[in-house]
Design a binder for this molecule. Structure first.
Ligand SMILES: Nc1ncnc2c1ncn2[C@@H]1O[C@H](COP(=O)(O)OP(=O)(O)O)[C@@H](O)[C@H]1O
Ligand SMILES: O=C(O)C1=C[C@@H](OP(=O)(O)O)[C@@H](O)[C@H](O)C1
Ligand SMILES: [Mg+2]
Length: 166
């Protein structure tokens, strides 16, 4: 059984904090973006450009399903994985942790890199819009919510260990 599933917008720290959390718990770590890249044999940005977002979302749903089936450690999702109703249903009853982040910190963290194809143009306004659209979904799925602004990944991992043990 999975120990924790991390959700939240890009830049909330799912990948970074998830890896630390897995270390703390002494379990293995998986990230759906890495699983999708391994399955497709190319980076997320190339999948978006060459095959489109819909194809990425299909590969992502398959990666979530596979990980929840096989994996018993910590799983970090890509920020948009929760958009699919199938994924929302798969997360029902799981220890889902929502990493909350404000726009300013998220923008600073994702920077201007090209690794997140949805944020290449106007990262600030794209992030603002997708955060507003997805917030209700993140809130509904979470059993634990952790505010990450101005907090270090290590202390967040400790807080999640504590929060999930309660
Ligand atoms: N709590 C934090 N404080 C400062 N920087 C952070 C924090 N969490 C993550 N980061 C940095 O922000 C960037 C995005 O983090 P990442 O874990 O990839 O987020 P996500 O997987 O949610 O998109 C990385 O450079 C990471 O080092
Ligand atoms: O929010 C999104 O739709 C996406 C978030 C990314 O993952 P992170 O949330 O880990 O950055 C990645 O899956 C892809 O670029 C799409
Ligand atoms: Mg990530």
């Amino acid at each position: 059984m999975i120990k924790a599933v991390l959700i939240g917008p890009p830049g909330s720290g799912k990948t970074t904090v998830g890896r630390l959390l897995a270390e703390r718990l002494g379990v293995t770590f998986r990230d759906t973006d890495a699983d999708v890249e391994a399955a497709a044999g190319k980076p997320v940005s190339d999948i978006f450009i060459e095959d489109g977002e819909e194809r990425f979302r299909e590969l992502e749903l398959a990666a979530v399903r596979r990980a929840l089936d096989e994996h018993d450690g910590v799983l970090s999702l890509g920020g948009g994985a929760v958009l699919r109703e199938e994924t929302q249903a798969l997360l029902d009853g799981r220890p889902v942790v929502y990493l909350q982040v404000g726009l300013a910190d998220a923008v600073q963290r994702v920077g201007l890199g090209s690794a997140r194809p949805l944020l290449v143009l106007n990262p600030r306004s794209r992030l603002k819009k997708l955060m507003e659209e997805r917030r209700p979904i993140y809130e509904r799925l979470a059993v634990l919510t952790v505010a990450t602004d101005k907090r270090e990944p290590a202390e967040l991992a400790d807080e999640i260990v504590e929060g999930l043990s309660r």
